[in-house]
Design a protein around this ligand. Structure first.
Ligand code: 13P
Ligand code: SF4
Length: 369
């Protein structure tokens, strides 16, 4: 049985609106970071960053959605490019005393939760996520308190404070196995904050769920009609969809998966063309692994229309070589977390990691969300 705001008298909180000013500021910074380099500027920045990383005993860990420049630099300097969970795990295993997290704030926080003894810096600490913004800890706490018979499961895209109040943390790669495990224990699930990922795991597991109505500003924009039109043009293309996308888009998918899962799907030697419904930063790793294959951005408008720039996550795009160099010099943008919150938030993260180990789910190689 599905519980939703429509068919049950459950009062879901009214979510804060994503402030347009915040989005505008993100785009301004993204434009500054993405602005064309003057002659020799890029090479000078790269050389400077490489030197500073060594001097500061720092390692760069970048998310798949960051720019090609950052992903390449992370790889060239012994750092790592990964999904949010693997970023944190890499940071945990690497001996560097400073982690530079190129991504969004919850990723920096997760790295700090798992690595309290390390200094965690971000190129821009204002880089956030619409899911995190739509799940403030006070509203989440009130909702949990109102439904004490539900097990609370939160997506990794939340603040440390929200994680500290949750029973489980999941990433998109392990959400479904954990929800199925809870279903097997007859537990009812309070899920936050992404409604599309929540309804995807609900459909697949049939567990009783209360689903928080948040969404990702990027994945929410994919349109089934445009994807169908593109598929007519590329009939042999496989459709790869991240489960933060709307249900009608997920329904068209040949593969539904986390960022790591989608990259893995492109290694299929039988398939040469892919329509990809996730943030296009992911094309860097897809093209690197399969340079001769064709990768197409899933349209966001109706009828084959496509909005190229609006596919980018504005907050991921705030990370660049320019602010990375600055932060290495200044030591600014350090992630700090109240120790009580850190310890509490570690519990549901650790639960997820222990579950993964016990079930022998190799998160690195996972194929499905
Ligand atoms: P991952 O957990 O796969 O890194 O995805 C994070 C994200 O923000 C997806 O939009
Ligand atoms: Fe958040 Fe969406 Fe950006 Fe991922 S792509 S960080 S879910 S806003």
């Amino acid at each position: 049985m599905t519980a939703s705001a429509e068919n049950l008298p459950i009062k879901f909180p009214t979510l804060p609106l994503i402030d347009q000013g915040l989005l505008d500021r993100a785009w301004v910074e993204a434009a500054r970071q993405g602005a064309e380099y003057e002659s020799g500027e890029r090479e000078a920045l790269l050389a400077r960053i490489k030197r500073l990383l060594q001097e500061q005993d720092a390692v760069l860990v970048a998310h798949y959605y960051t720019s090609d420049d950052l992903q390449q630099l992370a790889e060239e300097t012994g750092g790592y490019v990964a999904d949010s969970l693997e970023m944190a795990r890499f940071g945990n295993e690497h001996p560097a005393s400073t982690l530079i997290v190129a991504g969004v704030r919850f990723m920096g926080e997760t790295a700090k939760i798992l690595n309290p003894e390390k200094r965690v810096l971000m190129p821009d600490i204002e880089a956030t996520c619409s899911l995190d913004l739509e799940c403030p800890v006070d509203l989440f706490t009130d909702f949990c308190d109102a439904h004490p018979d539900y097990t609370s499961v939160v997506y990794a895209n939340t603040s440390a404070a929200v994680k500290a109040r949750a029973d489980w943390v999941v990433t998109s790669g392990i959400a479904l196995p954990i929800i199925k495990y809870l279903a097997g224990r007859n537990e009812k699930v309070l899920w936050a904050p992404d409604r599309h990922l929540g309804s995807y795991v609900q459909r697949e597991s049939r567990v009783e769920m209360l689903i928080w109505p948040g969404s990702c500003v990027v994945h929410e924009q994919f349109k089934a009609e445009g994807i169908r039109t593109l598929k007519k043009k590329y009939p042999n293309a496989q459709i790869l969809v991240h489960p933060e996308s709307p249900e009608e888009v997920v329904a068209l998918a040949d593969v539904v998966g986390s960022t790591t899962g989608l990259i893995k799907a492109t290694l299929n030697p039988e398939v040469q063309e892919f329509i990809v419904a996730t943030e296009p930063g992911i094309f860097y790793k897809m093209r690197q692994a399969s340079p001769s294959k064709t990768f197409l951005e899933a349209p966001t408008g109706g009828l084959g229309g496509s909005c190229q720039s609006c596919l980018r996550c504005p907050w991921m795009a705030m990370n660049g070589l320019r602010n990375l160099a600055q932060v290495l010099v200044s030591g600014a943008n350090e992630i700090t977390i109240d120790e009580d919150i850190r310890q509490k938030s570690l519990i549901p993260i650790q639960r997820m990691m222990d579950f993964a180990r016990k079930q022998q789910i190799a998160l690195k190689d996972r194929g499905n969300a």
